[in-house]
Design a protein around this ligand. Structure first.
Ligand SMILES: [Cu+2]
Length: 186
């Protein structure tokens, strides 16, 4: 005697696969949509040579909340001219995880936790324990050397898990800019 399950499996199987593929596509689309850059995050004042950036920890669900403004692994790039003042208005919006901010040098290995910042004062404080949801701090520093840096969460494990975006200090740029880029592969 044949079980009815055997009869229905060939029909249910393909349907299930199709459904899973559709779900997967929807999820990918949602992640793309949530990682939308808003030019208003960056404000520049040429007279005082100051770039102000609204930096949000855990803005979306991307990467388990370990993202800045919905981006991880360098997929958002803030560029400022060499010698400008930088103000990062950091706030943690993640209901589950604490986050902090440090500017660190770029390198092959992402630090596993707090390291000395690349510029004096370029860290939020509470770098190891992070700030809970709804809290944050302003980070003010002078972008005094050209190069590629990371805007990095120093809560242990977060940066290595992908919670970093890029800061480029450019000797040739005449104004701050914001752009998206390809995330670094895992
Ligand atoms: Cu974090």
């Amino acid at each position: 005697m044949r079980s009815p399950i055997n009869l229905t499996l060939p029909r249910v199987g393909p349907l299930f696969v199709t459904g899973a593929l559709l779900l997967g596509a929807a999820r990918t689309e949602a992640q793309t949509a949530s990682a939308k850059m808003d030019p208003a995050w960056l404000r520049a004042d040429a007279a005082s040579k100051t770039a102000e950036f609204k930096l949000v920890g855990g803005m979306t669900e991307l990467n388990g909340g370990m993202n800045f403004n919905g981006f991880s692994r360098g997929a958002l790039v803030v560029t400022v001219p060499l010698g400008w003042n930088v103000v990062l208005h950091f706030k943690n919006q993640d209901q589950n995880l604490p986050h902090s901010v440090e500017i660190v040098p770029d390198g092959d290995a992402i630090p596993g936790g707090p390291v000395p910042p690349a510029f004096e004062h370029a860290a939020t404080g509470r770098v190891e324990q992070g700030f809970p949801a709804g809290q944050g701090a302003d980070v003010r520093f002078v972008a005094g050397k050209a190069g590629v840096f990371l805007i990095f969460c120093a809560v242990p494990g977060h940066g290595a898990a992908g919670m970093w975006i890029r800061l480029t200090v450019s000797a040739t740029a005449d104004k701050p800019t914001l752009a998206t880029g390809d995330p670094r592969p895992r």
